[in-house]
Every structure is written in structure tokens, then in C-alpha cells.
Design a protein around this ligand. Sequence first.
Ligand code: NAD
Length: 493
Amino acid sequence: MSQKYSHFINGTWSEPASGEYFASTNPANLEHLYDVARGGERDVHKAVTAAREAFRSNAWANMSQTKRGKLLRKLGDLITENAEELARSESLDNGKLLREMRGQLASLPDYLYYYAGLADKIQGSQIPTNDLAILNYTQREPLGVVAAITPWNSPLTLTTSKLAPALAAGNTVVIKPSEYTSRTILRFAELASEAGFPDGVVNVVTGYGHEAGNALTEHRDIAKISFTGSTTTGAMIAQKASARFIGTTLELGGKSPNIIFDDANVSNAAMGVIAGIFAAAGQTCIAGSRVFAHRSIYDELLERVSERAQSIKMGDPMDDATELGPLAFDKQLEKVQHYVKLGVSEGATIYSGGDDADVDLPGYFYSPTVLTDVNNDMSVVREEIFGPVAAVMPFDTEDEVVGLANDTEYGLAAGVWTQNLARAHRMSRRLEAGTIWVNTYRAMSPMSPRQGFKNSGVGIEHGLESINEYTKLKSVWINTSEAEVGDPFVMRG
Ligand code: NAD
């Protein structure tokens, strides 16, 4: 009998109103893992109602900031205690390497500790006005019920990036995890309960995007939508949110450039290219999928990258020796296959890789692929593939590569490889992306803010600033004068 998971609402398990469940499958061997509730409008309504009541309850609304911080810290400790189970569970669900998920789980508590420390530092300021009798101050207040809609590629990390600041600021949340990776998010909610968060503060409704996700974005009692996922879904969500004047934080897709200058350490740069596009089988929003190499080192770089790519060990993500696991589900594989074929039909050359994965497992494997003879007009360079496919292009001058790199609808991240300090700073200023890595790639910390430029998103995650995404600013005016009120027909100030 496979395990069956219901929604987690108001501190307890809640069967789906429809009575329906659907299967979650291991993408490496196609084995059935568990069944999970197929949420719909009624489940969402139940969860949002619980979250709204919890938001107003004495247990949460009157809890001191310090106590909220303590709960987040306790949750971080519980994550550490359960890290191995959670890492295994995520790896089984999305096919990412177990050691990658172990790494993510090892740093996950830091996200909770960071915002635990911020919970009692959310403050306003005193504002001078021209009327000395007026005391004007601001205070930051929680928004209410926050909807967190998250993807499958790094489920706990990307959900915690939203929950930690939202909870630190005093909101309550309803999470709709990806239909492909529900289990660890449900476990997370259970651990939040165990840590002492009052019932209804953290709720999870599982299910499909067009059902549970859609119902959540349309629920009238949601005060904010924090979404990580594709640009297409993000645009739909933004439209619905704007029609109701509620805020959004949107972390969306990318097509990030990784730029290698002639003065770079080419060996390190090649490792940076590999990390950027083949780690996690390219299934990261920050994938360095467009590689620009200076013409004088283009051949050397290409050779190093493709040689290492061909030696990448593909296989079972649970095996410590594996370097590249499967894609997360069938449609992901089909999408990658489609794009590589499209690229070839548009004139690209498969320099190495292509769909020739030699793995003794029936899962959704695709070999690390390097495409050459590509340019900015081709779909494989313009569109997010979300797989292990690098498009490598030569360039001659700095101005040229800035133009090529910025010629994209996306603006999530960019890598620059150079030993020239002035150039490093210059490029960091000129590139249109929310995160710039110089001589490194795919680095992330709860302390460092990140946001997508252009179609890669709206709003900030991580760092001090992300607290503001989950609070509203109130301005309070107190008249300290006891003098007679003068002319009521003119504005005061
Ligand atoms: P997706 O947009 O298909 O789904 C994301 C979430 O939205 C899922 O929970 C899904 O069920 C839900 N959803 C889908 N349709 C919906 C609808 N109509 N209404 C409400 N919710 C809906 O994205 P995905 O395939 O899960 O994730 C991959 C994408 O996420 C890539 O584009 C990647 O670049 C992006 N991503 C971005 C970041 C970032 O920080 N910028 C991080 C990771 C992934």
C-alpha cells in the first residue's frame, strides 16, 4: 500500500473535498512513490479561512516578535534533525542528486535563523514634518494571508525563501507546492506545527496549478501572492493580482549569460560553465545557458567544457558517484528533446551530447549537451530550455558581448570571468540582471538579496529587503499640541 498524503490545514491533516488523490513518481526509475491530495476550490477556501482566522487570533497576532523568532529558530533546528529524510525525499521526487539536496538541506536552517534574527528588528522610523507639534512615525505591519506558490526544482529552499520572511513579519501562509514535489512541503508544515507555530499559521494545499493554484490566486482573502515558477504562469498570476490590487513577489525564468573574457582563468571558467548549466541537469532558474567565450579562448573553452560534459557520470541521483540525474518528469524531457531538435533545424550544431543518455534506468535522462553555431535569433538562445543544454558563442569585444548578453527578455543572473578588476566592475554595472557573479557561478545566501530584472521577476527574495515584501507601511500622525484647532478648511502638515 502506497503512502497517501492529505492537505495540511489548521495544524492537522485534511482530506481533499473531492476525495481524489494523484500519484507522485520517481523520475529516475519511474517507480510510484506516494499519492497526494488533489486540491480544489473547497480545500483552498478551508485553508485560507484557517489562515485568516489564525492571523487574527490572539495566539499569533499578539505573539511577541522575539517569540516569532524563537519559533523560526526551533523550526530550523527541526529541519536539521530531519535533514537526511527531507533530502532523500526531495531527491526521490525531483531526481536531483542526493548530495545536492543534502547540501540544500544543510543550509536551509540558515534561512530560518536569518529571518528569526530579523523578526524583532522590523521597525519604522520617526519622520520630521514641518509642524513641530506633530509626532509622525511609521510602522511596518504584516499583510495577512500570504499565498506561496512554488516549483519543483528546489522545493524546500524556494518555499523557505518565502515563508521565513513572511512568518517573521507576522503573516500566515497557505502554500501550494508543485504537483511534482508535495511531500517535503507537507513535512515542513508538520515540523512547523511541532516547532510551536499556532494552528492555521502554516497551511499546505496540494494539487495542480490550474486547480488548487488557480483557486488560491483567486481567493478574495489572500493579501499577497509570492510565486516562484515560469514566466508564463507568473504573468497570469500578476494579472489576477493586479485586478484585485494585491501585491506579488514573482521569481521567474531566466536565460542567463556566462561570459568568459580572454584574460580569464579558462580552467576555472570551464568549471563555472559546467556548474552553471549541467549542475542539477540545468533545471535551475539561474542556469548559465548562454555561454559567450572570447574568440581567442573560444576553442580552448569549448574543448574543456565539452570534454568534461562527456565525462559526466549520469545515473541514479541517490548514488554518491552520480553527477547528473534525470529530468524531473516526462514533459521536461520532451521539452529538452524538442528544443535541441528545433535548434538543429535552425542551424545549430550538436558539438557534444544530444539525446544519447546511456543509463541503465528507465527514467527521464538526457545527456549534457553543448550546442555551437548558434546566435541570438535562435529559439535555443532566446527561450528557457530548463535542461542540460549550453549554447556556446564567440565574441570579440566587450561592447559586443554586453549587447549580446542583454539582448534577452530575461534578467535573472549573469556570470563574468575575468582577471581584470576594472572590467569586472564595469561588466557588473552594464549587465541587465539582478545577480552578477564574477569568477564564480550559482552562489546563493539568505543574506544576499536577489531579484529578477525584466521578465525574470518582480520583488526581492533573501536579505533584509525581502522583509518589506511581506509588510505594509503605516504612517501615524499624533498631534501633541493642546491648542485650539484653527481653520478646518486647509490641509495640515
Ligand atoms: P510552473 O510555472 O509550471 O509552476 C510553478 C507553480 O505554479 C507550481 O506549483 C504550479 O502548480 C503552479 N501553477 C501552474 N499553473 C498555475 C496557475 N494557472 N495558477 C496558479 N498556479 C499555477 O513552473 P515549474 O515548471 O514548476 O518551475 C520551473 C520554472 O520556475 C522555470 O521557469 C524556472 O526558471 C522558474 N524558477 C525560478 C526561480 C527564481 O528564483 N527566479 C527559481 C526556480 C525556478
